[in-house]
Design a protein around this ligand. Structure first.
Ligand code: AMP
Ligand code: MN
Ligand code: MN
Length: 333
């Protein structure tokens, strides 16, 4: 459902895109297929209209290998190349300006700023905000925007939008009315949905298997958390990172979160460069005791300096493994 406020936001967004003579699109740090798919889809459309466009995301993360398969990757430029002055800056899939990393400084050089996002923790930091926490992916919002703009979705754009849709819905597990309709529209342009999903989600080097064996060996269950909802967690240490990509590291949470005895799952991922620093993935689900009894992990992550969605969130933490667990247990209450 599109509300009145959203319609006004969409109208303002279309008007801004229509008049912009130059556009910068910024994706979030440690980019995923939703942020890059959203950025490249918009870039492909703008480029076709003859508008100079740059797409970028801040250091230190590199573009995951699997995402390099998306059409329009040639629009991506290094952070240092992102111009200071631009007509319109669009941030995609970013809940706050902090998710732009060092590139947040480009916001002040833009005549207009736009935020397209679906995070519950979104701070509406743009002059124009196309924000719907109910949207299954930011690429769904880009599709809504293209429809409002009257721009047909070509196969290359459909490929980018499908990439965000299939990954952010966990291969169509977390869906709502309209999700499959959008998938159908995108697939009917002729894109190879099976190949896109396989490339993004189902292809790992052999080294993933011994890495998983080590990492899953660190898993612990704390059943008493939050009056019995339970927490399960695991650690990815820096020595586990050798020979595997970010895709392998990010896949760990999807195994850990299947634990039936826990309503909340966490994976602590150690930084290679700064051993004291860890990025943390949180997932939650209804435990089924009472409908809607799942922990809001966006709230927990925001309290710890991060953000995210009700059922998927993250933050950055510093300290020893024991410190990290103690901090999370305290935040969960
Ligand atoms: P991840 O576990 O990295 O897949 O992140 C889950 C969700 O939380 C994603 O939607 C992220 O955008 C969000 N998220 C992760 N880390 C952070 C952070 N440090 N600050 C804000 N949001 C985050
Ligand atoms: Mn994302
Ligand atoms: Mn997203």
């Amino acid at each position: 459902m599109t509300t009145m406020r959203e319609t006004a936001d969409l109208d303002a967004a279309v008007a801004a895109l229509d008049v912009a003579r130059s556009v910068t699109i910024l994706c979030h740090v440690q980019p995923d297929a939703d942020t890059i798919g959203s950025g490249l889809a918009l870039a492909l459309v703008l480029h076709r209209r003859g508008i100079p466009v740059q797409v970028s995301f801040a250091e230190p993360a590199e573009l995951p290998v699997s995402i390099r398969s998306l059409p329009g990757v040639w629009h991506l430029v290094a952070p240092v190349e992102v111009r200071d002055k631009v007509d319109l800056l669009v941030a995609v899939d970013c809940g706050s300006a902090g998710r732009l990393g060092a590139l947040a400084d480009r916001l002040s050089g833009a005549a207009t700023t736009m935020v397209i996002d679906h995070h519950r923790s979104n701070t509406r930091f743009g002059a124009i905000n196309v924000v719907d926490p109910g949207a299954e992916s930011t690429t769904s919002l880009v599709a809504r925007l293209l429809d409002a703009w009257g721009v047909p979705i070509e196969p290359d754009v459909a490929h980018c939008l499908y990439a965000g849709l299939v990954t952010d819905t966990g291969s169509f597990r977390w869906v709502r009315p309209g999700t499959h309709e959008l998938a159908e529209r995108l697939l009917s342009t002729g894109i190879d949905g099976a190949k896109i999903a396989r490339t993004l989600l189902d292809t790992h080097p052999f080294g993933w298997l011994p890495m998983l064996a080590r990492v899953l060996g660190t898993a612990r269950l704390v059943p008493e958390v939050r009056g019995g909802i339970g927490l399960v967690y695991a650690f990815v240490h820096r020595h586990d990172l050798d020979g595997v990509r970010s895709e392998e590291v990010e896949s760990v949470i999807d195994i850990v979160r299947t634990t039936a005895e826990a309503g909340v799952a966490a994976v602590f991922k150690q930084s290679h460069a700064v051993p004291d620093r860890w990025t943390v993935s949180l997932r939650s689900r209804d435990t089924g005791v009472v409908v809607g009894d799942g922990v809001d992990v966006a709230e927990v992550a925001t309290a710890l300096g991060g953000g995210g969605h009700r059922f998927a969130a993250g933050y950055t933490a510093y300290g020893s493994p024991d410190d990290l667990v103690a901090e999370l247990l305290a935040a969960l209450g």
